[in-house]
Design a protein around this ligand. Sequence first.
Ligand SMILES: N[C@@H](CCC(=O)N[C@@H](CS)C(=O)NCC(=O)O)C(=O)O
Length: 211
Amino acid sequence: MLKLFYAPNACSLAPHIALAEAGASFEAARLDLRAGDQRKPDYLAVNPKGRVPALVIPRGILTENPVILGWIAQTYPDARLKPDGDFFAFSEMQSFNLYLATTVHVAFAHLFRAERWADSDVAKDEMRAKVPAALAQVFRLIEERLSDGRRWVCGSQYTVADPYLYVFARWLERDGAGGSSAMPLTRAHCARMQERSAVKQILAAEGIEPV
Ligand SMILES: N[C@@H](CCC(=O)N[C@@H](CS)C(=O)NCC(=O)O)C(=O)O
């Protein structure tokens, strides 16, 4: 059976929802990041990067959200969690997922994990103070993408990119991350996500509330 290592309200929420949407049979193993579970030897043996998510599959262990999400979409074709069409359509979805992983996630990390880049309180506060403006900038492309009236990230078809964007829409509400920036289309997408039964199911499983 598949085993997903996750932490509540972390980026692992995306594959957690995607597995439920796929109808996959899986076990979910919870880590407490505040308690440092991700740095304990048991977990480092699963994922030496010391991060969630990690997905144990019959062939081995997958890490990195875009890879895990791509694997779920490819492995459960009946769930139609990737865009219909050729490899270009799949790659375009993955391009969006990589943007979330490498640019959007990292922008948030400057607020939540400032100690990765600075030691002094002054430097960390300066970095945190820039996060709302940085997020407004990185979300501009996402707002533009959603501005043609599409319901989901890839158009009319729901894909694994949607729960991934949902993670970051939730984080806009954390610690003033979103600042005064409205990001109305991202927030509307978030509301649509929260109407889905798989999302409700996984929020309950992680013990977290809708935003
Ligand atoms: N590039 C990784 C990032 C994973 C990541 O940073 N996960 C965070 C939770 S959102 C984590 O495990 N943080 C624990 C730590 O930094 O100690 C991915 O997209 O899967």
